[in-house]
Design a protein around this ligand. Structure first.
Ligand code: NZQ
Ligand code: ZN
Length: 388
């Protein structure tokens, strides 16, 4: 375990079938003017909306709403939300939905009292908030992003064809999150599978960096094994509570700052996926799946020992006198087989990418330096072409 770090995660979690019961206790800690934020209507269909509104009314709260937060929330929607929040003097934001709703609520929390243009300040200049931050609580309905226990807030700007994430600090992380695996059971299968791969890749992004003996890697291997096991069950039996609850808990631990400790972390699959998302508005987890294998096959020679360890510890491949290279290849083949079995989208063409977009997507890909190989533009273009 190398590096110097501090560790603190301020989000309080309530997990399980009865977790919504704790909402009223939490609401006592926050202001009267609640801004209820949700997506395109799944919570109305499931009945969760009615349950939440009843609790808010019983607690004597004034309720304002922002409905229709879309998957991959946009900067226009953010600006619209700022107006609504200011008009209603909102002093608490309750996000009810998936990662998009939760991310959006965090972006809103730092924008309501901001005198600057939030997109320019947080997503172009990457500055930190100086204004008052409106507290956020979350009731999660989709497992995947880890947004329920982190400071990430990804916003898409279609006009400038950019999808950018800002990872804010402790003050922006949800004050509490309610995780009821039952809520995830109404998810369409496509979204469930995309979420599963998002979780898996969050772990990979942190695991595939560094060469030290690191506790975080052992935790990551356990999380990946649990996810592979539970995903196999959930794909065939989506109503299996045990599998869905394990997937939900793994999602939270995959990206709540724990397994990043002592790691430089990679995040290039996400940078490629986000650029594809900016051009296609495709489902986040699917954009990651579509670029992953070409990316990992490209960087494998630079991190060969870790890829060999991944094969043995995550996929159970026997060492059996094999070279690192053989093991590494077998590991990625096992991953590919699993990805196909659970039904992921395996190329960017199926997500709507055409050849004329490749240069633009490459330009929209932020290049980070924490992984095994710092890519140049030609390499990015090569990976994108191999992903078609
Ligand atoms: O809008 P509604 O009607 O609620 O429908 C949503 C949406 O269409 C639906 N859904 C969610 N829960 C449901 C449900 N449908 C039925 N039953 C339920 N229980 O699922 C669709 C997708 O929801 P969304 O919130 O967009 O998915 P996800 O949780 O994958 O969030 C994606 C966003 O999070 C960002 C992504 O870039 C993307 O913008 N990310 C956030 C991260 C973070 N905060 O750290 C990291 C991730 O890597 C990711 O970038
Ligand atoms: Zn992700």
């Amino acid at each position: 375990m190398l590096g110097n770090f501090s560790y603190h995660n301020p989000t309080k979690l309530y997990f399980g079938e009865n977790s919504l019961e704790y909402l009223k206790d939490e609401l006592k800690n926050y202001g009267k003017n609640v801004l209820l934020v949700y997506g395109g209507g799944s919570i109305k269909k499931s009945g969760l909306y009615d349950d939440i509104v009843t609790i808010l009314k019983d607690c004597g709260k004034n309720i304002a709403e922002i409905a229709g937060v879309m998957p991959n929330p946009t900067v226009e929607k953010l600006n619209e939300g700022v107006e609504i929040a200011r008009k209603n003097k909102s002093d608490f934001i309750l996000a009810v939905g998936g990662g998009s709703v939760c991310d959006y609520s965090k972006a809103l929390s730092v924008s309501i009292h901001c005198n600057d243009d939030p997109w320019q300040k947080y997503y172009i200049r990457f500055e930190e908030p100086e204004c008052e931050i409106v507290p956020v609580g979350c009731v999660l309905t989709m497992a995947g992003t880890g947004s329920e226990m982190n400071g990430g807030a990804v916003i898409t700007n279609h006009e400038s064809k950019l999808k950018i994430g800002h990872v804010f600090g402790d003050d922006v992380m949800p004050k509490f999150s309610i995780l009821n695996p039952k809520y995830t059971m109404t998810l369409p299968k496509y979204q469930m599978i995309a979420g599963i791969y998002d979780i898996f890749n969050h772990i990979c992004e942190q695991y595939f960096s560094g060469e030290d003996d690191n506790t975080s890697d052992y935790i990551s291997e356990g999380l990946m094994r649990s996810l592979i096991h539970s995903s196999g069950i959930a794909v065939n039996d989506p109503q299996n509570y045990e599998a869905r609850s394990n997937i939900m808990w793994t999602a939270t631990w995959a990206l709540n700052t724990l397994v990043a400790k002592g790691k430089s972390t990679d995040w290039m699959v996400h940078m490629l996926g986000q650029a594809v998302g900016a051009y296609t508005d495709a489902t986040h987890g699917m954009t990651l799946a579509a670029v992953s294998l070409p990316y990992y096959r490209h960087i494998m020679p630079y991190g060969i020992k870790k890829f060999a360890r991944f094969a043995v510890e995550v996929w159970g491949i026997s060492k059996d006198g094999k070279s690192c290279e053989q093991l590494a290849n077998e590991g990625l083949l096992a991953m590919e087989k699993w990805m196909k079995e659970i039904g992921l989208v395996m190329n960017i063409t199926d997500l709507g990418v055409t050849s004329d977009m490749i240069e633009g997507i490459a330009d929209a890909t932020l290049i980070l330096g924490g992984g095994y190989k710092v890519l140049n533009r030609e390499e990015i273009i090569g990976i994108l072409k191999s992903s078609m």
